[in-house]
Design a protein. Structure first.
Length: 321
């Protein structure tokens, strides 16, 4: 009798501890919290917690504290980390189909890119992550990339010849920047500031949001507004972790990711609006280049991309209004 009461009490204790247990998940970014990506993952964490009434907690990690983007994507694929928000930099190494989105001068502007990513082409692309062990929750945004360096004012594509620049670990970017005559050095983002500071590389390219968040103005004198490529970002989740969620929680995660992407894009717009003024005030020399010269200089490389990816596929993206 006594034993049975004890057993029942233990049973109650176990059940109540399960009911009140909070699932805790990790999400990471490679840039600082005070950034477009920080706004993205903070919003995501807040939304998931609110929508699940605190049953699921998402803990944000910033500044590459869990590793660079490639390492974080790997961790999400393995399931040692549930979530990450990453640029598409290292994504082609996991999902080769996504390479097409990293082609320079493919998107006219952010509005075009957003329409493509939120439309059928982008939504179809999200499904390509599933066989690789990911649930891609939503497209977010890194921004339009521009070039910086410590050596010289880059006014025209000729000025890029021989510059040693850090690139993302992205095969499309590397091929394209070689086409400009740049000496490319692929490197994970958390190493970039030191590499610029020590002169291991002369320059790098990133959206204004990243340049400001990383304080690159401290180690880079020249900024050229080349706008040479749009840089998407994506919110990735370990597929098994997503599949384990109830149908209701799946919806909460997908909705939270949409709200997060919206907040992230709004911050990119804010950064783009004030970035040049702010970086000039901090001592950078900012050059508004004639973009058409850069487009022309890259024509041979882009012709290669057309062959490689299929003109019809590129035209389908270009045709989106
Ligand atoms: O995601 O690696 C890069 O240059 C990325 O743009 C940066 O980490 C933000």
């Amino acid at each position: 009798m006594k034993l049975r009461i004890v057993a029942a009490a233990i049973g109650v204790a176990i059940i109540s501890s399960v009911a009140s247990a909070q699932a805790s998940m990790k999400i990471s970014i490679s840039v600082a919290q005070n950034s477009h990506q920080g706004v993205g993952i903070d919003t995501f964490a807040k939304e998931v917690e609110a929508r699940t009434k605190g049953r699921i907690k998402v803990q944000p990690f910033y500044s590459g504290s869990l590793g660079g983007e490639r390492e974080s994507i790997e961790a999400v694929q393995l399931g040692t980390q549930e979530l990450t928000l990453s640029s598409t930099g290292p994504v082609p190494n996991f999902v080769p189909e996504a390479r097409i989105l990293d082609i320079p001068f493919l998107f006219r502007d952010k509005a075009h890119a957003r329409a493509v990513l939120d439309g059928p082409i982008g939504q179809e692309m999200l499904t390509k992550f599933e066989p690789k062990g990911f649930k891609a929750l939503a497209w977010a945004e890194n921004g339009v990339r521009h070039m910086t360096n410590s050596k010289r004012a880059v006014n025209a594509p000729e000025d890029l010849k021989g510059l040693k620049m850090r690139t993302m670990e992205n095969p499309v970017h590397i091929a394209a920047y070689k086409g400009f005559g740049i000496v490319t050095t692929p490197m994970a983002f958390p190493e970039v500031f030191t590499a610029l500071q020590q002169g291991t590389v002369d320059g790098q390219e990133n959206p204004l949001s990243v340049i400001m968040a990383a304080k690159f103005e401290q180690v880079q004198k020249h900024l050229s507004l080349t706008g040479h490529v749009y840089s998407p970002a994506i919110i990735l989740m370990n597929k098994a972790a997503f599949d384990k969620l109830s149908a209701e929680d799946k919806t909460h995660f997908l909705e939270a990711a949409k709200v997060a992407a919206k907040a992230n894009r709004a911050r990119v717009d804010e950064d783009d609006a004030k970035g040049v003024t702010e970086l000039r005030a901090k001592g950078m020399q900012v050059i508004e280049v004639d973009k058409s010269k850069f487009v022309t200089a890259l024509a041979p490389v882009n012709a290669e991309f057309e062959k490689q990816f299929g003109k019809a596929n590129l035209d389908r993206i270009r045709a989106v209004k």
